[in-house]
Design a binder for this molecule. Sequence first.
Ligand SMILES: Nc1ncnc2c1ncn2[C@@H]1O[C@H](COP(=O)(O)OP(=O)(O)OP(=O)(O)O)[C@@H](O)[C@H]1O
Ligand SMILES: [Mg+2]
Length: 512
Amino acid sequence: MSITTGAAPGEVGGDGVHLENIWKRFPGVIANAGAELHVRPGSVHAVLGENGAGKTTLMNVLAGVYRPDEGTVRLNGIEQNFNSPADALAAGVAMVHQEFRLIPTFTVAENVALGSSPVLVRKREIEQQVSELADRFGLQTTANREVWNLSMGERQRVEILKALWRDARVLILDEPTAVLTPDEADELGRIVATMAEDGRSIIFISHKLGEVTRFCDTATVLRGGATVASSMAVEHLDAANLAELMVGENTEVSQRRARVHPADLDTPVLTVADMRVLDSHGITSVDGVSLSIGTGEVVGVAGVAGNGQRPLADAIAGLVDSEEGSVVVAATDVSAVGPKDRIAAGLSYVPEDRLGVGLAPKLSVTENSMMRSYASVGRGPLIDRAAADAQCTELVDRYRVKVGGLHHAIAGLSGGNLQRLLVGRELATDPAVIIAAQPTRGLDVQGVRAIQDVLIDQAESGVGILLISEDLDELLALSDRIVVMVEGRIVAEFPGEEATRALVGQAMTGGA
Ligand SMILES: Nc1ncnc2c1ncn2[C@@H]1O[C@H](COP(=O)(O)OP(=O)(O)OP(=O)(O)O)[C@@H](O)[C@H]1O
Ligand SMILES: [Mg+2]
């Protein structure tokens, strides 16, 4: 079924972006199967779809990263044949990727003007011009600061400034709010509105449907690489309608989850005492954290990114050393042992860094899936391939990981599919406690629901869960207790049923 309420391909005039009948194939996967997209100037247009629906691929076609196998890209009525992102940029199309591409030791101004200014210019002048541009679009930044000390939200503003500096008329933001706090996301909403008022076309990819209804005026939905709804007016839709269009059914993800078995706090499965961690610069990143998780308890960790959540998780898992403090998993003191022994003691870790700590991009789906379970597929020194494939098939089915083939390298999987594979693998080891860091980041509605269901099931069966998330709604929906981290310390704690967005949000910004 195809719903078209906006500009139909035949009747468009010269304006804006028109992608028609775009096909893009990868080995074993058709990422775009005749997709279309029409975006007017002055519009903030959402591109929606489940994990693996082909959103990023389609945007890469528009931004000159990929050449389509078939189909046309037109800008203001003129057919384009981009061979590189530079070609697309010259034609006015810029894309802000989810991993930022900034040089940390350069200032904001240097990053913005990099490669597009005459060699001999006064640094001061560029800083001045960058500041003016930033002011014009309400992008708060400090032109002479070096990028490494900026928050994720500020880095993103630098990426947007880079696009504005080159006078991009079409700006693609691929899941821009995945790394932002709720306040930063609202700020971004205001910025894109200003850019749209200026006559630019903004393409906004997000799985957070609440944002889509707040920030976007029109939306296109992809399913299985094809467009199933084109240029719908968002005004008359709510998050539930959009979710339905994406997956074909109604789903609600942020309701507080009822629990059948209450947590048993007298039998902790994880006890962390007085933990202190230094970062690679010798600066304290975790500053005397103590916490305990009971059997079947979900403890949520809230906080603005970069306030020690990640080093805390890494240190509990034994991936980084702690200066002080102890970690007890179930009844075993694991303070002095490495990550493998901690896993053996019953600790499981879903790190936020999927590729790297979590998964090996060059290995196949099967190889990645069996990294925690050699025992069950090993035959002496050999691996039983059939058993490994069978085990992997089960995992892929259960967590609905969309893969081209079990023996393809996972490098080609979409972000959400990588996460499903990782979470599935980590939960398959029967742990006593799970540290889940941003477990649903970048997942579509169904994916979020699936992972949350698994976490709740685990808690119901007695597993303790340390849930680190930047998604407040998720924390509020799942946690029995929420602790808030600011500058490496736990500054506030709320029982799950008393926690509210406002209370936790206030504590996150240090206002508790
Ligand atoms: N470079 C690549 N090599 C092989 N397969 C790829 C490549 N890029 C994407 N794919 C596959 O194409 C399909 C579409 O992926 P894409 O990244 O466009 O999805 P998406 O809609 O952006 O998903 P997500 O919401 O998870 O980011 C997926 O099945 C993915 O595994
Ligand atoms: Mg994507």
